[in-house]
Write a protein that binds this ligand. Structure first.
Ligand SMILES: C[S@@+](CC[C@H](N)C(=O)[O-])C[C@H]1O[C@@H](n2cnc3c(N)ncnc32)[C@H](O)[C@@H]1O
Length: 230
């Protein structure tokens, strides 16, 4: 791992620890409630059986998936996982277990899960290909790998309006509410730096994932990539 990757990992871990208390509120506030629909759509692409939720954060995907499957929710940020555990306890959800684990070095045996999902997490990892390869490794042959991530909208008119909100307004609201200046400026810059759709599909293929379908949601603000382990 390069020095830059190590620095990014440390920065991300601290950043999410710092905003963890306001994370859920800001998520739905800044996305005007669409985040719930996006996660539900992504979760609907998973098969039944044991599911791994990578970069689970406060566990919203894990909770969604727990309606039909047993789930292991992982994240490397203890503060986020503590909030996830609290939500599971409050809702009496017993089929989700939380495990602190690095997405780039998952602490599970090969071919353990029927499916793996990562929502708004892959953009934050230091090495995208390593994390996708890890998800592919722990999924059974023929199992599903599903990724939900922000994208750049395709329509140029919508894109310019959206980017004005995303780059100018959202960071200000995020900073005021979370009381952390950098976190919500990092969000738009990380989306801009994230590989464009066809490039990301190429990285998925190189990581052992095939038969990849892409679904643009809400004018292409978010995209779901669903593939199979080859
Ligand atoms: C934007 S949040 C997404 C949380 C959740 N999946 C959701 O849909 O709201 C990204 C999460 O990825 C986690 N994360 C980032 N890099 C990670 C890594 N290398 N290993 C494990 N978790 C990581 C962060 O701690 C954070 O909780």
């Amino acid at each position: 791992m390069t020095r830059y990757q190590l620095q990014k990992k440390e920065y991300i871990q601290k950043m999410f620890a710092g905003i963890s208390q306001r994370y859920d509120f800001l998520n739905s506030f800044l996305s005007l409630g669409r985040d719930r629909y996006w996660r539900g759509f992504a979760a609907s692409k998973l098969p039944p059986g044991l599911i791994l939720d990578v970069c689970s954060g406060t566990g919203d995907v894990a909770i969604e998936v727990s309606n039909k499957s047993d789930v292991i929710a992982t994240d490397f940020c203890r503060e986020m996982l503590q909030l996830c555990t609290g939500k599971l306890n409050d809702r009496d959800i017993c089929n989700v277990s939380c495990v602190q684990s690095d997405a780039e070095n998952l602490s599970f045996k090969d071919e353990t899960f029927n499916g793996a999902i990562v929502a708004f997490g892959i953009r934050n990892v230091a090495d995208i290909k390593k994390s996708l390869s890890e998800m592919s490794r722990v999924v059974k042959k023929g199992g599903k790998v599903v990724i939900l991530e922000f994208s750049q909208p395709r329509n140029p008119v919508f894109k310019s309006v959206y980017f004005f909100y995303f780059q100018k307004i959202l960071p200000v609201i995020g900073a005021v509410i979370s009381k952390k200046k950098g976190a919500y400026s990092y969000l738009p810059s990380s989306v801009m730096a994230f590989p464009e759709r066809s490039k990301f599909i190429e990285i998925m293929r190189e990581s052992g994932i095939k038969e990849i379908y892409l679904y643009d949601l809400t004018f292409g603000i978010a995209t779901v990539y669903a593939g199979c382990k080859s």
